[in-house]
Design a protein around this ligand. Structure first.
Ligand code: DGL
Length: 270
């Protein structure tokens, strides 16, 4: 049995495209609908109640597009689905990026000293700390909120020298804790991976949400929890946003590693 319906993704903005890109590399035949809630970005500075409300609205919009699974490609939104929160009403599986990220980090860490770089909302929620401790209570977790990084990525300043200075300011204190693994706890940060790796050095493994979630999806395709699209044709990609800006297509194209004529957004209101 197969299911040709698309997989839905959402993020507060364009950062979730880093997750989409990785998942698409694993499953190129799957169609995808991506929603960037650009009108309400950033999420990471908002309260859990507000982020949860946005999360539910985004899920409803994707369900109306007849998706077969939903990937919450936003750590800040994912935190509002955990920590004992009421489960979200959805007839299709909803994947958060926190638990797979925590699993991947523990699988990679030898010292069990793990750093978390995330938005304020993600760090304050302690969702990663809880997820890591649920798997291994002896894990030493060091967290750093990095609120300035999301706007720099949305602005397309991934390689700017100023961005590298700001990365240093946020990442150096984590490196000083002798971590051997760092979770990129915001889907915007894989776009800054080179700059982050220059500060951490080669001895720290960087974990991003895309790979972790792709492995979960793989397992669910195998078990039949989500039915795969038959292989053979390239899946369609539909991009939706709640607001547009002049540099958006170029930034989206860069994050997806494609050309900007493939990154036209349909504008929607939530
Ligand atoms: N990319 C989002 C995340 O993973 C959040 C960025 C934001 O809106 O603050 O947390």
């Amino acid at each position: 049995m197969s299911d040709p319906r698309p997989i839905g993704f959402f993020d507060s903005g364009l950062g979730g495209l880093t997750v989409l890109r990785t998942v698409r590399r694993f499953f190129p035949h799957e169609s995808i609908v991506y929603l960037g809630d650009t009108a309400r970005l950033p999420y990471g500075t908002k309260s859990p109640t507000t982020i949860r409300r946005y999360t539910e609205q985004n899920i409803q919009l994707l369900l109306k597009r007849d998706v077969k699974a939903i990937i919450v490609a936003c750590n800040s939104a994912s935190t509002t689905l955990l920590n004992g929160s009421a489960p979200v009403a959805s007839p299709v599986p909803v994947y958060n990026v926190i638990e797979p990220g925590a699993r991947a980090a523990l699988a990679s860490s030898t010292s069990k000293r793990i750093g978390i770089l995330g938005t304020r909302a993600t760090v304050q929620s302690q969702a990663y700390t809880r997820a890591l401790h649920a798997l291994d209570p002896s894990t030493m977790v060091f967290s750093q909120a990095a609120p300035l990084l999301v706007p720099l990525v949305e602005e397309g300043w991934e390689s700017d020298p100023l961005t590298n200075l700001i990365i240093y300011r946020y990442v150096a204190p984590l490196v000083a804790q002798s971590i051997d693994t760092m979770i990129l706890g915001c889907t915007h940060y894989p776009a800054l991976k080179d700059g982050i790796a220059r500060v951490t050095g080669a001895n720290v493994t960087l974990i991003d949400s895309g790979h972790a979630i792709a492995e979960d999806l793989q397992a669910d395709f195998k078990s039949g929890r989500v039915k795969a699209t038959p292989t053979g044709t390239l899946g369609a990609l539909k991009l939706i946003a709640t607001d547009t800006s002049t540099s958006m297509n170029e930034t989206a194209a860069r994050l997806l590693g494609t050309t900007s004529d493939l990154t036209q957004f349909e504008l929607v209101d939530l």
